[in-house]
Design a protein around this ligand. Structure first.
Ligand SMILES: [Zn+2]
Length: 334
């Protein structure tokens, strides 16, 4: 079977100037036996120089990326670029339009679908096109996320700790350049196949973000995202660094232990007892889960097994067993 992508693109990735176009993903549906599903892509190129590839809407209920990248696509003039900027504002467009984390078309999580396959459901086909065509072009990869519907986050730029020290240092420098309050080093506790993981493995300077959550979506998180993207493009010398944007030194934090990601031991109504930014000691209670069927029962205590600061916490009160209720971080040094 061919490893060639079945996804076509109607922009010339090598041409100077600004082009708005689409990835076209083959589909065959009840309403159209022969169809293409369009995913917008924008290329802004001016001569030779580094290539930055930026994604929004990898998860459909995280809207900071789509807004920021659509604004940037309209605003950024090719004359201001040295090199190339490729924007995919709604990577999982079916999910963005549905406002859901996962695609309504195939139930798949785009950020678990990498590297994808040429013959796959729509999510895997898009992932495969990105893996095989867009990521190899990139010097800098940015994948904009937030906590979406289910999690609140302290605003951060994030990454894994990669083995290559030079790559790691560049990623930390790029993270510092963003201007977010935190640079957060995380580990995967909920599966593999992440876009940033693949980009990191390919040796790219890769930044993810957790800009807030659906409930926190607003002027502040959008400003942090828009300024951060411009700052990082400036850091990568794809555009002139924006003038007059004072950025303070972020706090570098990491959740390195499996136990830093606290999962609910039982299902029920989660009552948080700690808030974002609170310091938690190992053994202390971070929340309680009420049994909706047996109100006379004492709620189930959720205890931390590690010590650290609350970086993220659950945003949905109703909680299923095994769902994350909080993540703890400690200071990080390379
Ligand atoms: Zn996400």
């Amino acid at each position: 079977m061919s490893s060639e992508s079945l996804v076509s693109v109607d922009v010339d990735l090598e041409r100077d100037g600004k082009q708005f176009g689409n990835l076209a993903v083959p589909q065959s549906t009840n309403s159209s036996g022969w169809a293409k599903y369009f995913v917008p892509v924008v290329v802004i190129k001016n001569g030779s120089g580094p290539t930055a590839v930026l994604f929004g809407g990898n998860h459909g209920d995280e809207f900071e990326g789509p807004v920021t990248l659509m604004n940037l696509a309209r605003k950024l003039d090719p004359s201001a670029v040295s090199g190339r900027v490729i924007l995919v504002p709604m990577l999982n467009r079916p999910a963005v339009q549905a406002g859901t984390r996962l695609s309504p078309l195939d139930g798949c999580n785009m950020n678990r679908a990498f590297p994808g396959q040429p013959h796959d459901t729509i999510t895997g086909m898009i992932a495969h096109f990105v893996s095989s065509t867009l990521l190899p072009l990139a010097d800098l990869v940015v994948d904009i996320h937030s906590g979406g519907s289910s999690m609140h986050f302290l605003p951060s730029v994030n990454m894994h700790e990669v083995a290559n020290r030079d790559q790691m240092q560049q990623m930390l420098d790029a993270g510092r350049a963003w201007g977010a309050p935190y640079v957060f080093i995380y580990r995967d506790v909920a599966g593999s196949g992440l876009l940033p993981s693949l980009a990191e493995q390919m040796g790219k300077v890769t930044l993810g973000t957790e800009m807030g959550s659906r409930a926190q979506f607003g002027v502040e998180t959008l400003g942090l995202t828009a300024r951060g993207v411009e700052n990082v493009l400036g850091w990568a010398k794809v555009i002139e660094p924006p003038a007059g944007q004072e950025t303070s030194e972020p706090r570098f934090v990491a959740a390195t232990e499996e136990a830093d990601y606290i999962m609910a031991p039982a299902s029920g109504l989660f009552e948080p007892l700690v808030e974002l930014g609170d310091e938690v000691q190992a053994g202390s209670v971070v929340g309680r889960i009420h049994d909706l069927e047996q109100p006379d029962r004492e709620p189930c205590a959720v205890t931390a097994d590690t010590s650290g600061m609350v970086m993220a916490r659950r945003a949905i009160p109703l909680t299923g067993q095994g769902e994350m209720v909080a993540a703890l971080v400690r200071p990080f040094e390379l």
